[in-house]
Design a protein around this ligand. Structure first.
Ligand code: MTE
Length: 303
């Protein structure tokens, strides 16, 4: 069923995702969407992990978006400076229909769904976020991926007048990221345009950002203005800044520590007094869906 973005989604829009959820998650997701989350109780993932979404306030006030500063509350303070309408995305490289795609036009072509995903930052904190968005595969279909394309490169807007953080050379701006084509086409990989059925907040990467739930959060690049299909592995911002600490793959893996801290567990943001540390799950809990893509790779060596 095609659904146009209008901020009045019904739960029917989430049904294409049902195959990825066990029945309990679906029921809890339905209840939460209808405002009955407290009656349904915490949603549990198939692996037993807690899937109760963080609050809007938590999600929008504890952010990493270095273009607006490196403190967790900088993006909430300064991201309002970013102009997000109009917004264009350049799609180029190995595609049949390269060009400038208007964000509103893209939305009119896409089916918006809700995806409640765990989100695990490389800094060892985590949240659960009820994204609204569409599969990246559908956007790539719009542009027509050519044979020979093996990777997808992404680029964030770079606007010194609107982004106070880019005056500091924390990374080599603009922020860039990349995925292998099969990762990009995986049905769990989405372009998020909303959270809690509201347009995504600027500090979370408005108007459109990538979400790859089985990888460390820095792969989920925000406020995207360019998508390029390439034959070779594209450079990525954190790998360029510190190749010893950040790799291209960056799959969540509790067995491979960051050189400066353990990745075995994570601090769940929110919950006040009930905030706790929980064990980190392989591939952030999405191993069943994504592990086959890495068959034959040494997961303890690659990060
Ligand atoms: N994208 C851009 N352009 N700039 C950034 O600084 N930070 C990354 C990622 N995407 C970042 C970015 C990191 S480290 C994380 S953990 C997530 O965004 C944070 O997303 P959130 O603030 O919406 O939770």
């Amino acid at each position: 069923m095609a659904h146009r973005w209008n901020n009045t989604l019904t739960r029917a829009d989430t049904t294409p995702y049902a195959a990825y959820l066990n029945r309990r998650q679906v029921i809890a997701g339905l209840a939460a969407g209808a405002g009955l989350g407290s009656i349904a109780g915490p949603a549990l993932a198939a692996d037993g992990g807690d899937l109760t979404p963080n609050t809007w306030d938590e999600i929008t006030n504890y952010c990493n978006f270095y273009e607006f500063g490196t403190r967790k509350d900088d993006p909430a303070k300064y991201a309002h400076l970013l102009t997000t309408t109009p917004w264009q995305i350049e799609i180029d490289g190995l595609v049949d229909r390269p060009g400038t795609y208007d964000f509103q036009t893209i939305l009119s072509e896409m089916t918006i769904e809700e995806r409640i995903y765990r989100f695990r930052c490389v800094e060892a904190w985590s949240m659960v976020i009820p994204w609204n968005g569409f599969e990246l595969a559908d956007l790539l279909d719009l542009a027509g991926v050519q044979e020979g394309a093996k990777y997808v490169a992404f680029e964030t807007a770079l606007r010194p007048d609107e982004m106070p953080g880019v005056q500091y050379p924390v990374i080599d701006w603009p922020y860039v990221e990349g995925l292998r084509l099969d990762e990009a086409l995986h049905p769990l990989t989405i372009m998020a345009t909303g959270i809690y059925d509201r347009p995504i907040a600027k500090q979370n990467g408005a108007p459109i950002r990538l979400v790859v739930p089985w990888k460390y959060g820095f792969k989920s690049i925000k406020s995207i203005v360019r998508i390029t299909l390439t034959e070779s592995e594209p450079p990525t911002a954190w790998n360029k800044a510190n190749p010893r600490e950040y790799g291209f793959y960056s799959n969540v893996n509790p067995d491979v520590d960051h050189p400066r801290w353990s990745q075995a567990s994570e601090r769940q943001i929110g919950g006040g007094l009930f905030s706790k540390r929980v064990p980190t799950l392989m591939f952030n809990g999405y191993a069943e869906e994504v592990a086959p893509m890495y068959a034959g790779m040494d997961l303890n060596a690659q990060f």
